[in-house]
Design a protein around this ligand. Sequence first.
Ligand SMILES: *Cc1c(COP(=O)(O)O)cnc(C)c1O
Length: 564
Amino acid sequence: MLDEFAHEPRVAYFTMEIALRNEIPTYAGGLGILAGDTMRSATDLDMPMVAVSLVSRAGYFRQEIDAQGRQLEHPAIWDPRQWAKPLDAKIAVPIDGRMVWIGAWLYVLEGSMGGRQPVLLLDTDLNENSSEDREITHYLYGGDITYRLKQEIVLGIGGVRLLQAAGFNIRHYHMNEGHSALLGLELMRRYTYSAEEVRPGETPYDIPRVRDLCSFTTHTPVEAGHDRFPYDMVQRILDNGFDIRVIRSLAGDDSLNMTRLALNLSEFVNGVAKRHAEISNAMFPGYKVHAITNGVHPFTWASENFRQLYDHYLPGWCHEPQLLMRADCCMPEAAIWEAHVQAKRHLIEKVQLLTGTVLKPDIPILGFARRMTAYKRPDLLFSDLNRLQEIARSHPFQIVLAGKAHPKDESGKQMIEQLHAHARALSGSIPVAYLPEYDMALAQTLTAGVDVWVNTPLPPLEASGTSGMKAAFNGVPNLSVLDGWWVEGCIEGVSGWAIGDAAGIPGDNARTLYDKLEQVVLPLYFNADRSGWIRVMKNAISKNASYFNSHRMMRRYATEAYAR
Ligand SMILES: *Cc1c(COP(=O)(O)O)cnc(C)c1O
């Protein structure tokens, strides 16, 4: 089964979550979508890789929202047998004093252009294991910190061992966020000098060799967001024969900081946008953090109508999305507008089906969907309902929202309730629909079908953001705070619009958001001559989609990170 993949040297891409397809709920949000798009682009570009993740049999969760707007969480159980094949290879790793057996499922990612790429989904739900250990790979981001450490041992250490047992030939390791950083320790164990080669006081580990083999992408612009494990827990749970002093010297003195460990064991380190790399460089003095700005996968995120349009006017765009830079000159206005009208119709049908709310096709729709968590400020748009209604009296608009809050993020869940309360308060003046169960398929419908994609993170906390790039692939302009990718993507009034300024003074942003909507965005939409609006749509494609795609991103990883 593996013959097809086993011999060619590959880059192993380690990630806690990955969005392979809508039916497989092994992702929670942007990090997993990025991992999926990474592998999809590698497939289209014929870059031999293998992704390693957890099988997460109970998924993240399925979101239901009750009449009061409270989020109810249900397990999103999926059956790996339906989509993947079990591998014969099995390995064992000591965890919490027991040997835990780890197997893997092979999912074959089939590209839109004929390529195939292996994905290994690690699984501890094996007869050999105790019932407790069988659950280690069940819940994505579930359980407590001990459970998380066990998962990260399975991912990092188990992943490296399983790749070897299955016969893969790995030439480079890429850690997508710090969750998999323990893989570096496993490589250190592999590359150890013999006792005769080591002088007194020297460690036996060939760390330069390990570093050469590893790249690390950090995604979190705040220290508090990095996984840390107390060393007494590490000593109890992780038994890999390491002197704890060695781990301390690499991962921080007070606790095992996965980001520190990854930084110290990777030659190439990058942030996911230019601004984010600057912040990371300030956060980690002494390390060089490069910037490789994220992108989204062209075929996946262009709607059917836009795919057809691009195929017709810019053939080859799926392999070379830079061709989209010609969209502003080469594509007729009417064709773009018609493709958008179709995508909007599809969204309006979905909104009615899911919520009963009937939206109007000739009134603009503002879209906001992402993980519901405090720094994304989903409530910013609703901070002054009177002002919002006043704007709508001269220029009517509609709002579609979606997003999940992590089950333990109480403030995120409260925000979902508040958004529902705002929707009720606005009924009769501004239609607001909140769609449950934000997933890949809903993201496709939403980012293609709205007229403006809104994003209001609290700077500098949005490392990159990617949903706005999906919108750009569908000619949908962004109205966003200047943070993450939008710092690079926004050409004011040309490719979309900024809210506030780069300093991002929070109090200012609601007012500047309202001002920009009322004075610039909505008047342009309602202008009797639609060509001004369509020009911005075209520029979203030619200026943003042509660059913020995962093909460009992967070509950069290939030349700057993997080619060492
Ligand atoms: C793209 C996507 C995200 C990430 O969106 P951001 O704008 O980066 O927050 C999250 N969830 C789903 C389902 C997505 O498709």
